[in-house]
Design a protein around this ligand. Structure first.
Ligand code: NAP
Ligand code: COA
Length: 277
């Protein structure tokens, strides 16, 4: 397929860009000619993602870091900018999730997810701003429907991602005058990803989710990547502060009905699934 976007000469940084949706986003930017830098906690995942992304012919740099720690996140972003140049596009998508009732998780379990998703997003935005090649720079936070649709067994993610979308809106207001656009992309259920494996771990829950999507099927990382390519391009130069669902219409109502089914499935299993890890 002909590549409709040209990111040659641009540098993209992707926090949590080593698997799933975010790796799909990284691949799409690399295929469009961008130099791609990315980070996550696992050295093995970083090494594998760097090797894969290099096959697209772009410059690639990976760094291992936990977004929960500001000092090392700041240092990681600086090392990426030193390696490949200031960033034209920043994608912040590191996240953690597991289904558990509010009373079935410890205070530390709640904190772990809020620390990764919300604090981590702030850390990445805070550290990246001085390293953006502004004006014209684009920031995208990868959010989730839980940000605006309450879902049982997801109190930690709902709280964290709601905060992420507010970071998007406030940063869009504060950084607009510098020519920096800030938006959220909200994926629907994306096939084959860790996130959907955790929330719909068997055929029954998976069918339930699929049937609750108006377009009738799961999305792919490619679908999310296309939205990111457009949002970061000059075609979207007047778009900032939006929360853009890319979800086959799931958030129009289906999220709630599939969440009810998931709740039943987890409850009948006797304990929330899957186990930690
Ligand atoms: P995933 O493959 O597990 O991606 C998460 C990424 O974040 C991985 O690269 C992971 O790598 C990294 N990460 C996790 N904790 C980290 C930390 N503390 N510090 C640095 N990096 C960290 O999951 P996914 O399902 O594709 O989800 C990607 C994004 O899409 C998330 O923001 C998620 O909330 C959102 N989303 C997903 C779906 C879905 O259907 N999957 C739906 C809505 C929204 P390491 O393990 O190496 O750290
Ligand atoms: N139910 C209840 N509590 C759980 C849980 C579950 N399924 N899984 C983990 N926890 C708790 C742990 O017991 C621990 O609490 P404790 O210290 O009181 O025992 C707390 O969460 C932190 O777990 P730990 O494994 O030490 O954290 P971590 O920092 O290594 O991992 C997670 C963070 C828990 C979010 C882990 O699932 C992860 O790394 N996820 C990244 C991948 C992912 O979730 N992808 C999907 C993105 S949508």
């Amino acid at each position: 397929m002909q590549q409709p976007y040209d990111y040659r000469g641009k540098v993209v940084f992707i926090a949590g860009g080593t698997s799933g949706i975010n790796l799909g986003v990284a691949q799409a930017f690399a295929q469009a000619g961008a130099a791609v830098t990315m980070m996550s906690r696992s050295q093995d995942k970083v090494d594998a993602a760097v090797a894969e992304l290099k096959t697209h012919g772009s410059a690639v740099y990976g760094v291992t870091v936990d977004v929960r720690d500001y000092a090392t996140t700041d240092a990681a972003l600086k090392s990426a900018a030193a390696a490949l140049g200031k960033f034209d596009v920043l994608i912040s998508g590191a996240a953690g999730n597991f289904p558990a009732p509010a009373l079935g998780m410890s205070a530390n379990a709640f904190k772990s997810v809020v620390d990764i998703d919300l604090l981590g997003t702030y850390h990445v935005l805070r550290a990246a701003f001085p390293l953006l090649n502004k004006p014209g720079a684009s920031i995208i936070n990868i959010s989730a429907p839980q940000a605006f649709i309450p879902m049982e067994f997801q109190i930690h993610v709902c709280a964290a991602k709601a905060g992420v979308d507010m970071c998007t809106r406030v940063a869009a207001m504060e950084w607009g005058p510098a020519g920096v656009r800030v938006n959220s992309v909200t994926p629907g259920p994306i096939a084959g990803t860790e996130g959907i494996k955790r929330l719909a771990p068997n055929d029954a829950t998976s069918e339930l989710v699929k049937d609750s999507v108006p377009l009738g099927h799961f999305g792919t990382p490619h679908d999310i990547a296309q939205a990111c390519l457009w949002l970061s391009s000059p075609l979207a130069r007047y778009v900032t502060g939006v929360v853009l669902p890319v979800d086959g219409g799931w958030s129009l109502g289906g999220v709630s009905s599939s969440a009810a089914g998931m709740k039943k499935a987890f409850a009948s299993a006797g304990k929330p699934a899957p186990a930690k890890g």
